[in-house]
Write a new protein. Structure first.
Length: 248
């Protein structure tokens, strides 16, 4: 397995993987940090609940019980504890969750607008910031027979989405037929594509790299044939991509 602190990043799913891919955007960093934050409370609750259950099994028997009968019938203090404690834990988890949700929905002065159109069973992309010219192309999965050495099966496409690093990218998503979902785990992006409706999200790629995802909505028989490949490049390389695409 690749290790991030050695200069390599886990930007694609691996066999038997149970953790996250390495974050490549501030939103994904926030998602991972929030997960680790919530996991602390989950561990605490698990330990307390297991300890209480084992204590009951061990001590509260018919022959020898250490708990007085009056606390079982009229346990006011106990009821206050097991009512207030979960409420406090939920509040401690809710405030960071709200903050993260608002950041995920916030789109302020994006540098690039990318329109994503889900179709059966491929993706169409449009860069509409360079009027009167318009950059648009379709992105199909590369068949297994055409894969090259080092390519990922069912995760490679013929036309990749090119975005510059350190740039606020707005994504406008829709669909032309059925429900789709544009999802790239490393970038912390997952947006439903609904026919007749425009949904909006955004991301900032913090480093150069190739980030892969798939349609996350069961959209038909070839649902597994809709991979997504986003390639983050330097601003110079992105300008070269725009120039070459416009000239075509």
């Amino acid at each position: 397995m690749v290790v991030a602190n050695l200069g390599f990043f886990l930007d694609v799913a691996e066999n038997y993987q149970i953790g996250f891919q390495d974050p490549a955007s501030p939103i994904q960093e926030g998602i991972i940090n929030f997960y680790n934050y919530v996991f602390i409370y989950l561990t605490f609750v698990l330990i307390v609940v297991v300890w209480i259950l084992l204590s009951i099994v061990r001590h509260f028997t018919k022959s020898t019980r250490v708990i007085s009968h009056k606390y079982i019938i009229h346990g006011t203090e106990l009821e206050l504890i097991w009512t207030i404690t979960p409420a406090v834990i939920l509040m401690l988890m809710a405030f960071p969750s709200f903050q993260l949700l608002y950041l995920m929905d916030e789109v302020v002065e994006p540098g690039i607008t990318l329109k994503v159109i889900g179709k059966q069973w491929y993706w169409s992309y449009e860069y509409s910031d360079y009027a009167p010219a318009k950059i648009s192309f379709d992105s199909y999965m590369v068949p297994e027979s055409d894969l090259k050495l080092g390519d990922y099966r069912q995760l490679e496409v013929d036309n990749r989405v090119i975005v510059p690093v350190d740039t606020h990218v707005r994504v406008i998503a829709t669909a032309s037929d059925v429900l789709h979902s544009w999802a790239v785990p490393s970038l912390g992006v997952k947006m439903d594509c609904v026919p007749g409706r425009l949904n909006q999200t955004s991301f900032i790629a913090l480093r150069e790299g190739t980030y892969r995802g798939q349609c996350s909505e069961i959209c038909g028989v070839n649902h597994s044939s809709m991979p997504i490949v986003v390639q983050a490049v330097s601003l110079t390389d992105y300008c070269a991509f725009v120039k070459s695409s416009v000239s075509e």
